[in-house]
Design a protein around this ligand. Structure first.
Ligand SMILES: [Zn+2]
Ligand SMILES: [Zn+2]
Length: 191
């Protein structure tokens, strides 16, 4: 699931981006961002520029089973992604994009990464082999899908623990950390 992320010093706040919501990002006078997540409101309000508040809207759409998050802003709103102005009022966000409103230095980050977690293997049309032991992963077997490269690994407590085999620190394929503490591999503080 994608998240929006604001870092204030060492403090990182995250907003999970759900399946049906649109998300409004507002900037107050002091340069502080606020989020509002909820059902989409009428387009007529998009980009209205109330004194001291600037806003952007993210409205998800689904493509090939994956949610895309376009950033929508209208004329008169100075929005930047990674320092470049948003052309045409629309920008499809990618992992680790930095969104800023105006020339303020602080940014909202878009993270498109699922924290690493153990899950029952959902099954697939063709057999899927574990990247470590090269044997098939069976439907329902506890497994980890690497958030970096999407490779699957066994991870059964007391059984095949291929993701963390011999205290492996990284994915064999892409070097993604194998930590299972539910944190992201990257946060703005690590820039
Ligand atoms: Zn395995
Ligand atoms: Zn990987």
């Amino acid at each position: 699931m994608a998240h929006l992320c604001i870092a204030k010093g060492d403090d990182v706040s995250l907003l999970p981006l759900g399946r049906t919501d649109s998300v409004e990002v507002r900037m107050r006078n002091g340069g502080e961002y606020t989020f509002h997540s909820g059902p989409a409101k009428g387009d007529q309000k998009l980009g209205t520029r109330k004194a001291g508040s600037r806003r952007l809207v993210l409205v998800p759409w689904e493509e090939a089973g994956k949610l895309k998050w376009p950033l929508i802003c209208s004329r008169g709103i100075e929005a930047y992604v990674n320092g470049a102005p948003v052309i045409g009022g629309l920008h499809i966000l990618a992992d680790r994009d930095a969104i800023t409103l105006g020339e303020r230095a602080s940014a909202v980050f878009f993270l498109d990464e699922d924290p690493t977690r153990i899950q029952p293997f959902p099954g697939a049309r063709d057999p899927v082999k574990c990247r470590r032991c090269r044997t098939p992963i069976l439907k329902g077997q506890a497994a980890v899908r690497c958030p970096g490269c999407s490779q699957w690994y066994h991870q059964e407590t007391g059984g095949k623990e291929c993701w963390t085999y011999k205290d492996a620190k990284h994915c064999l394929q892409c070097r993604h950390p194998t930590s299972l503490d539910g944190t992201f591999s990257w946060t703005p503080a690590r820039l």
